[in-house]
Design a protein around this ligand. Structure first.
Ligand code: C2E
Ligand code: MG
Ligand code: MG
Length: 746
């Protein structure tokens, strides 16, 4: 059977005028019986490319296809006689992301279809890129004979590739970020909403991470926007390599990224992943021949624990991110209920900081830097102090980053320089004053003139002033940084590299800038007396490096006598730490200097304490369905010390309720009077803020099935619905009241 027999029933749709050879014939009505002319018209219709015609036999094999359509297939490929389903496939309309389905579904149901978009299947799978795909709109109608026997399909088709790709591109634009190819905010919100809605029913969890790049703005400002764009692209590539399968990454705009990880609620794993992301993002970038270093802060929240609805969960990650940034950058933080308060405090601090200077709430204090061997003072580090009228003393670790974010740092920094120079002006001329200069001040063109005017006004010798700079100044524009170092050196001031070892410590930095001093960060001093870590070896390396480059070293944060001995043995030149003195007001410095007391006596604990956190916190302990209140004294990853229960036998199993759904199963290992040493069944994990938390929490789904409303975990402690839930049983142990004051003070 040929084309002529098959298209008896085709209803002409008459789109464009068809060119018929004989114009006269066109003017004449073609009669239904005038078979020849009708066939000529069909031929012309096909040839004009308005649409193609096709037909299948009852088995679905193609028995006819317009020649021009056959030509669109690969030359050597058989077309006529092949099952239609092998040549084209349908696409799932709802997920326009390439999910295809065989056409046979459609054909076997023997229904009519109109303008169904289909994709031409390439002979070798995976060969074609999306851009070389061919798309048709397929119309078809099943045919039956007089006895209702199925004869196959007859239909038409047309090429819609251009339209389809246009549509796909524009829907992609609406869903994806054009710079990085990651999902955009719109898509992330849509996906999160869909997933959380489904997971609520299926009682599944989903983690959400919010990332904000640290110091991105600086790179963008110094290296230019194209470099900033390139940096964002590289960040997105690094993220794609590290996230678990099934995650979706989005760029929400600017330097904000979001990662959604379905079926993830283990805070141990999430903490490790966050740390991996932080260290991966912090590796240097090479951009158009320049080197850039940025960091990232991460906020983490998990559904259903921290939020059930998308907005609630997003808000929780925002707060966690805010806290991570406030905690000093380059950190992650899990959401917890008390962050709400912290965020409000931070906003308040930012507002109050604007007035703090005018209201005279800021003061410079001075911490002695002493010779490691003789303990004679060599100078002082100027540290800013803020006495907030309501909150009391606010740590510079908190307000300096806020000042940097809100562009107040230039003003505060200039004031600190002036004040420190003025105060140091009345010290003996062989004592230096070290002033911290934030990386943001360093990129400001004003810095040299601010330094110069502080020196002039105070009459201080330039070589009595030392500027403490951290490694973060090196991520900016290389030329501008080098020029700034030159200008400062010309002024005759000294330069110290602060917190060495905490950033991306590169020898190249040491060579590039004329540093007089390296300050070894206190994280290396802590633990340098213990055998099982490499801190002592690192200090030795830094000291010999400095010596080779004609620089001196100061070890920061020395607190215990054994640390002091070790630091002296490792040959650091100078020491700064609570063991000699905290930072004190100028009046105290003057009093000491006038009394001629240049030598400091070390006063401190004999040994540095292991990294155990001493806590005085009331918590709840559950034993046999009875809740007791005890004082938590010590908490480590693997155990705790509690006080408040008398006569608890060794071996007793208890459950600690650390609040907000954190339950810890533990065994009593030691018991004396009202104090017990406990060993945890499952170790705690780090919460990113130097604290500890449980890997898992009580699930809000479980609480809901026990009759509570389905909601994120509320603050505080709550009675857990246990399997044998009943009223509080009779207490086995006697509870005594231990106040926080009765324990050893810190
Ligand atoms: P930094 O420059 O590394 O200063 C040393 C910090 O370590 C000070 O904290 C100091 O009080 C603390 N410290 C000294 N000895 C010990 C010790 O034995 N044990 C412990 N645990 N800590 C010790 P502080 O005053 O809270 O300042 C924190 C950071 O804030 C400083 O770190 C510095 O980066 C910044 N900062 C302080 N004042 C200024 C300022 O005037 N301008 C700028 N830009 N930053 C400042
Ligand atoms: Mg410092
Ligand atoms: Mg430091």
């Amino acid at each position: 059977m040929g084309v002529r027999g098959m298209f008896k029933n085709l209803g002409g749709q008459g789109a464009e005028p068809i060119s018929v050879p004989d114009a006269e014939a066109a003017a004449r009505k073609i009669s239904k019986v005038d078979a020849k002319e009708r066939l000529e018209m069909l031929d012309a219709f096909e040839a004009a490319g308005i649409a193609w015609l096709w037909a299948t036999d009852p088995e679905g094999n193609l028995i006819y296809l317009s020649d021009s359509a056959v030509e669109t297939f690969d030359d050597k490929r058989p077309v006529i006689g092949e099952p239609l389903g092998k040549l084209i496939e349908t696409v799932c309309e709802t997920e326009s992301e390439g999910r295809t389905r065989p056409l046979s579904f459609l054909l076997s149901s023997r229904t009519s279809f109109v303008e169904q978009p289909v994709r031409v299947i390439e002979p070798q799978e995976g060969r074609a890129s999306e851009d070389s795909e061919t798309w048709w709109a397929l119309t078809g109608k099943p045919q039956y004979d007089a006895k209702e026997n199925f004869l196959g399909y007859r239909g038409s088709a047309k090429d819609i590739t251009a339209v389809y790709q246009d549509q796909r591109d524009s829907s992609r634009m609406a869903e994806y970020d054009s710079l990085t190819g990651l999902a955009n905010r719109h898509r992330m919100t849509r996906r999160l909403t869909a997933i959380l809605n489904a997971y609520k029913v299926e009682k599944r969890s989903c983690a959400l991470l919010m990332l904000d790049l640290d110091r991105f703005k600086q790179v963008n400002d110094t290296l230019g926007h194209p470099a900033g764009d390139e940096l964002l692209r590289q960040v997105s590539q690094r993220l794609q390599r590290i996230v678990p399968e099934g995650s979706e990454i989005g760029r929400l705009g600017g330097d904000e990224f979001q990662i959604m990880i379905p079926d993830m609620d283990d805070r141990g794993d999430l903490g490790e992943l966050s740390n991996r992301i932080i260290s991966m993002i912090s590796q240097p970038y090479s951009i158009e021949g320049s080197r850039a270093i940025i960091g990232t802060s991460i906020g983490v929240a998990i559904a259903p624990y921290d939020g059930i609805e998308p907005n609630e969960l997003i808000k929780a990650t925002d707060l966690a991110l805010y806290a991570a940034k406030g905690g000093g950058r380059g950190q992650f933080r899990f959401y917890s209920n008390d962050l709400k308060e912290t965020a409000e405090d931070r906003r308040e601090i930012e507002e109050d900081l604007r007035d703090a200077l005018v209201r005279g709430e800021l003061e410079m204090h001075y911490q002695p830097v002493v010779d490691a061997k003789t303990h004679i003072v060599r100078g002082f580090e100027a540290l800013m102090r803020w006495e907030h009228p309501v909150h009391g003393a606010v740590s510079p670790g908190i307000f300096i980053p806020i000042a940097e974010d809100s562009n107040l740092i230039d003003e505060l920094g200039a004031w600190a320089l002036r004040q420190a120079c003025e105060d140091a002006g009345s010290w003996p001329s062989d004592l230096t004053v070290s002033v911290n200069v934030s990386a943001q001040q360093f990129v400001s063109d004003n810095l040299p003139s601010v330094v110069q005017s502080a020196l002039q006004t105070s009459g201080l010798n330039p070589d009595q002033l030392e500027l403490e700079i951290t490694e973060s100044v090196f991520m900016g524009d290389v030329e501008a940084t080098d020029a700034m170092f030159k200008t400062l050196s010309k002024l005759g001031v000294k330069l110290a590299l602060d917190d060495f070892g905490t950033g991306y410590s590169s020898l190249a930095y040491l060579r590039r800038a004329p540093f007089d001093k390296i300050k070894i960060d206190q994280s290396f001093v802590r633990g340098c007396t213990e055998d099982d870590n490499s801190n002592a070896a690192i200090i030795t390396a830094i000291v010999s490096l400095a010596r080779a480059m004609d620089m001196v070293t100061t070890a920061e944060g020395v607190e215990a006598l054994d640390e002091l001995d070790k630091i002296a043995a490792l040959d650091a030149d100078m020491v700064q730490g609570f063991i000699f003195s905290r930072a004190v007001p100028q009046a105290d410095v003057l009093a000491k200097l006038e009394a001629g007391e240049l030598k400091y006596e070390p006063i401190g604990p004999a040994k540095s304490r292991a990294d155990r956190r001493t806590l005085f916190r009331r918590i709840s302990v559950i034993h046999e369905n009875h809740h007791y209140t005890v004082m938590l004294r010590d908490l480590s990853r693997t155990g705790a010390r509690i006080e408040g229960l008398v006569d608890v036998p060794v071996g007793t199993q208890l459950v600690l309720d650390l609040g907000e759904g954190q339950l810890v199963v533990c065994t009593v290992m030691r018991s004396q009077d009202a104090t017990q040493g406990l060993s945890f069944e499952t170790s705690l994990v780090t919460d990113g803020a130097g604290g500890l938390c449980t890997r898992h929490r009580v699930s809000p789904y479980m609480l809901a099935s026990a009759g509570m409303p389905l909601q994120a975990l509320p603050p505080g402690n709550y009675k857990m619905p246990t399997r044998d839930s009943g009223p509080d049983s009779t207490p086995r142990f006697m509870q005594v009241d231990v106040s926080a004051g009765s324990s050893r003070a810190r």
